[in-house]
Design a protein around this ligand. Structure first.
Ligand SMILES: Cc1cc2nc3c(=O)[nH]c(=O)nc-3n(C[C@H](O)[C@H](O)[C@H](O)COP(=O)(O)OP(=O)(O)OC[C@H]3O[C@@H](n4cnc5c(N)ncnc54)[C@H](O)[C@@H]3O)c2cc1C
Length: 443
């Protein structure tokens, strides 16, 4: 089924690449990260093209909940512990600045995209101490935060942490508006990169001085080794008609917590997050049971799922793709917080290409090594990947074309999923999302 965004916005169609071309910057991927980056590069006078494998907004941007917030779950206490207080403050500033820039851009270009200022709220129904700690961390960093036990949710909470000056919007209405002046080629997958600056597609080659990988999950194995530094996690969503409107956005911090926001007359309810390839027990039924209990008068109008890349230390990779390729850039690993992170990324990459910088750019560098912040996730990723690879050796008929891991069947989506790196395929073996780039081999 379609997401609420695809149901309510049909984006214009762009033609495929007409033949080989030369340009200053080529962006691989027309999601929010790629389109925003093209927008700022173009405004800085850099000739830029976007190469999109399918349609713009057809990736995870079309399945998001589109809360524009610097409240990235319980991130600040962790960042202070692992990156240090100064970098934690800069991370908050980068994301808060992204919210301000959305508001400025949407106002100055009169973009009609349902942009609404809200507070963002984390809640818990079990114990309040984690949110007390996050509140203290946020306050130390100068984030406008407050604790309360009051929410608009239909059940009592033990504790709730509000950040003010946050926002929400319709991601595809925004995308359509900023894409208008850009050069976009759809149905143009980049298959490989040759001689540092030649992008090969089925319709011709693009030669570019700067190459930006904004394709969600980088598909090259080398350089960069992003397959070893990222995993993907999936969530399931319902849009409900007939549920009360919410003024703020909400996210439960416990494993049984849900995400809530209103769009138009409908409530978006999301949850059941799981590493891609680890299938939760009937996630849509669990969401539906929740609706029966807490919103008995509401009706499900659509349902969908989406996934995002997560870096092992929890901070996105934005910057130089690899020291071996100084003119390649990467934007990935948003950890389900890609709205503010895409805005921050677009500005960081534009500054790098224009030889400028901001105080927070270094936090996101893909060349960082933050062992203290990443070792637990690294061990878990290694364990999942080695099990998937080993299983793949004995299952030649269901191997992922990316690295050979054994695919897992998701009966709730009718898809094959790679438990190692998160690629997805239809029942018939057609590629849905990467890092794999090709369909499954015929049996
Ligand atoms: C359930 C869910 C809820 C979320 N809610 C929020 C939220 O409330 N707030 C928030 O900040 N973030 C949220 N996120 C995260 C956010 O949606 C993502 O981080 C963001 O949309 C990612 O954008 P992107 O441009 O990087 O990727 P995408 O939108 O996936 O775009 C990548 C594009 O690259 C294209 N592509 C791939 N390979 C190639 C190739 N070889 N050649 C050419 N093109 C290629 C794809 O077709 C795709 O269109 C959520 C994520 C999920 C999963």
């Amino acid at each position: 089924m379609k997401s609420i965004w695809h149901e309510t916005k049909t984006l214009p169609k762009y033609s495929p690449l007409p033949g080989s071309i030369h340009t200053e910057a080529a962006i691989i991927g027309g999601g929010l990260a790629g389109i925003l980056t093209a927008f700022y590069l173009t405004r800085s006078g850099i000739r830029t093209v976007i190469l999109e494998a399918r349609r713009i907004g057809s990736g995870q941007t079309g399945g998001t909940t589109a809360k524009i917030t610097s409240q990235h779950n319980l991130i600040y206490q962790r960042l202070i512990r692992t990156f240090g207080e100064n970098d934690a403050r800069l991370y908050a500033a980068a994301n808060q600045q992204a919210i301000t820039e959305y508001a400025r851009l949407i106002r100055s270009c009169s973009i009609d995209c349902g942009f609404k200022e809200t507070s963002a709220c984390l809640y818990t129904r079990t114990t309040g101490s984690l949110l007390n700690q996050e509140y203290r961390a946020a306050s130390r960093l100068g984030i406008p935060a407050r604790l309360s036990s009051e929410t608009e949710l239909p059940f009592p909470v033990k504790n709730a942490l509000y950040f003010s000056n946050q926002a929400q919007f319709h991601p595809l209405k925004f995308l359509e508006a900023i894409a208008r002046e850009l050069t976009i080629y759809e149905d143009t997958p980049v298959i490989s990169v040759k001689n540092h600056n030649r992008l090969l597609t089925p319709h011709g080659e693009v030669t570019a001085r700067h190459i930006i990988f904004a394709c969600h999950s980088p598909f090259l194995l080398w350089p960069g080794l992003y397959f070893a530094r990222l995993y993907q996690s999936r969530n399931y969503m319902l849009a409900l008609a007939g549920a009360p409107r919410l003024e703020n956005t909400y996210l439960g911090i416990n494993s049984d917590g849900y995400s809530f926001r209103t769009s138009g007359e409908r409530l978006i309810l999301g949850g059941k997050g799981c590493r891609t390839g680890s299938i939760p027990d009937n996630p849509y039924q669990a969401l539906q049971n929740f609706v029966h209990k807490y919103y008995p008068n509401a009706k499900v109008s659509t349902r969908w799922s989406a996934q995002d890349c997560i870096s092992l230390d929890g901070v996105p990779f934005i910057g130089r793709y690899s020291l071996l390729e100084p003119d390649w850039y990467v934007i990935t690993g948003f950890g389900k917080w890609g709205m503010t992170s895409s805005m921050a990324a677009a500005q960081i990459i534009t500054r790098m290409i224009c030889k400028k910088s901001a105080p927070w750019d270094h936090i996101f560098t893909p060349q960082r090594l933050r062992l203290k912040a990443s070792w637990k996730e690294a061990l878990s990723h290694l364990s999942h990947s080695s099990k998937g690879l080993a299983a793949g050796l004995f299952s030649p008929d269901r191997r992922c074309p990316h690295m050979g891991c054994r695919l897992v069947w998701n009966p709730y989506e009718n898809t094959w999923e790679c438990p190692c790196h998160g690629s997805r395929f239809t029942q018939q073996g057609k590629i849905l999302s990467g890092p794999a780039q090709t369909d499954l081999a015929e049996k």
